[in-house]
Design a protein. Structure first.
Length: 137
């Protein structure tokens, strides 16, 4: 004798949940990997932006030389040597896409060889370095 069945049995529901969990276990690591790759690509783009901004700053404000920090490249109203409006405010804050950027002064050997007391020479080439990478899961 057949019962008039309404809805799903408990075993059918458990099988569907198990299939969904298996699919999620396969998909989530790939999703995390692609997200990390996107963040790394964003960090590379941010480094390019900082480099281009520093060179533009140096050309626009030759008396200041290279910017002293990332905030000098950021935005806060009208463009001045204190805030040149060359990078967005998030990047000027030093952290973007899970990466921390620090703008430091570094005297290179080339700078030392050329530093002959020229008053227009700053003596330093400033570079942006990637200090922190997100932890891979």
């Amino acid at each position: 004798m057949k019962k008039n069945q309404k809805g799903f049995s408990l075993i059918e529901l458990l099988i569907v949940v198990a299939i969904i969990l298996i699919i999620a276990a396969i998909a989530i690591p790939n999703l995390l990997r692609s997200r990390m790759a996107a963040n790394e690509a964003s960090a590379v783009g941010s480094m390019r932006t900082i480099n281009t901004g520093a060179v533009t700053y140096s050309s626009t404000y030759p008396s200041s030389g290279y910017p002293a920090n990332l905030k000098n490249l950021g935005t806060s109203g009208a463009a001045t040597s204190g805030s040149a409006d060359l990078v967005d405010s998030v990047l000027a804050g030093g952290t973007k896409s899970g990466y921390t950027f620090k703008f430091t002064a570094t005297a290179t050997l080339f700078d030392r060889l050329l530093d002959r007391g020229d008053p227009g020479f700053t003596g330093h080439f400033r570079s942006a370095r990637l200090l922190h990478r997100p932890i891979r899961l």
